[in-house]
Design a binder for this molecule. Structure first.
Ligand code: SF4
Ligand SMILES: [Zn+2]
Length: 316
């Protein structure tokens, strides 16, 4: 493992490394898209994601860049339902919806409780609704919201890594027991969890990045998670760029992502997806990049091993 930094990584330091936020509007989501996703029953279906604009997450994880598209303070009641209504008018009819809010859906300072009723009436026809939350916000409110929407509710939770020294260093403010307790609580109430897992967080070599991503997949599935999403860690939020300069972080290689996805799929313990966003950041070889992206896309959709890509960069 690379040396852990001799300075303390604090919220203050992480925030001090940031650049400017993007300009966002309280009554408009900052992005929305539709992508194909394999469902737990094995069908491949369109899933819409609405990236809601709201106040930034109260946690300051070292690798997080979601603060870039958030407001300075809480947004007014009614703004989130307006955003959802607006986005649904742009989007085609799909059965599954992700409402991602750059933080925790059940953080009442981000999404006012009084908005739940309007939100639930807007999304009641979706078969599946997926929101994200830190374990610190997982409680009976999740059940109340689930009962209001009637859809299958799934909650995405960042496990990040089961290397406990690194989990602490990345300032997640969560223990593995808290993660497992949240998954268990939700499962007891028939709510599935998907786990976000980091590939090569700071202070790890490439091989350690692969090792710990695989152990994190093992832990997540044995804790009762239904779906894992492996996210290659990128620079760009200020703090990560600083660590990169000091040799304490390097982005993983796309070939490592393929290895971890192969491993996760082999376990046949639940759905295993690679996060496919901006994968060109993780390759130095233009000859095979597109083939590798196609391979990862295919493995996401089939949940089967796809033929490995051969390229001259394999020996590098
Ligand atoms: S809990 Fe999630 S949204 Fe909040 S800072 Fe950490 S990674 Fe970002
Ligand atoms: Zn190549």
């Amino acid at each position: 493992m690379n040396d852990l930094p001799d300075f303390e990584i604090t919220d203050k330091w992480i925030v001090s490394c940031r650049g400017k936020k993007n300009s966002v509007e309280a009554r408009k989501p900052y992005a929305w898209l539709v992508e194909k996703e394999r469902t737990p029953s094995g069908t491949i279906e369109d899933t819409a994601t609405i990236f809601l604009t709201n106040r930034e997450c109260p946690f300051h994880c070292l690798m997080c860049d979601l603060w870039k598209n958030t407001t300075e303070g809480s947004i007014p009641e009614g703004a989130v339902p307006e955003q959802i209504e607006w986005a649904l008018n742009q989007l085609p009819d799909v059965k599954h919806l992700k409402l991602y809010n750059s933080g925790s859906f059940f953080d009442k300072k981000a999404i006012p409780e009084k908005d739940y009723h309007k939100i639930s009436s807007l999304i009641r026809n979706f078969e599946t609704v997926i929101v994200e939350s830190h374990p610190g916000f997982i409680n009976e409110e999740c059940l109340r919201f689930r009962d209001m929407i009637k859809s299958d509710l799934q909650i995405a939770v960042g496990l990040e890594t089961v290397n406990t020294a690194i989990l602490e260093k990345i300032n997640k403010r969560m223990t593995l027991d808290e993660f497992a307790g949240s998954v268990n609580y939700l499962l007891d109430h028939d709510i599935f969890t998907r786990a976000f897992i980091l590939l090569r967080p700071p202070f790890m070599s490439e091989s350690e990045g692969i090792f710990w991503a695989e152990r994190s997949i093992d832990f997540a599935f044995s804790a009762g998670v239904e779906c894992c999403v492996v996210i290659p860690v990128r620079p760009g939020n200020g703090a990560m760029d600083q660590l990169q300069k000091e040799g304490l972080f390097a982005p993983p290689d796309i070939r490592s992502l393929e290895k971890v996805v192969e491993y996760g799929i082999e376990q046949q313990a639940g759905r295993l997806f690679a996060d496919l966003w901006d994968l060109k950041l993780f390759s130095k070889c233009d000859s095979c990049l597109n083939d590798r992206i196609s391979r990862l896309t295919e493995m996401n959709l089939t949940q089967r091993f796809s033929k490995q890509i051969k390229c001259t960069c394999d020996t590098l």
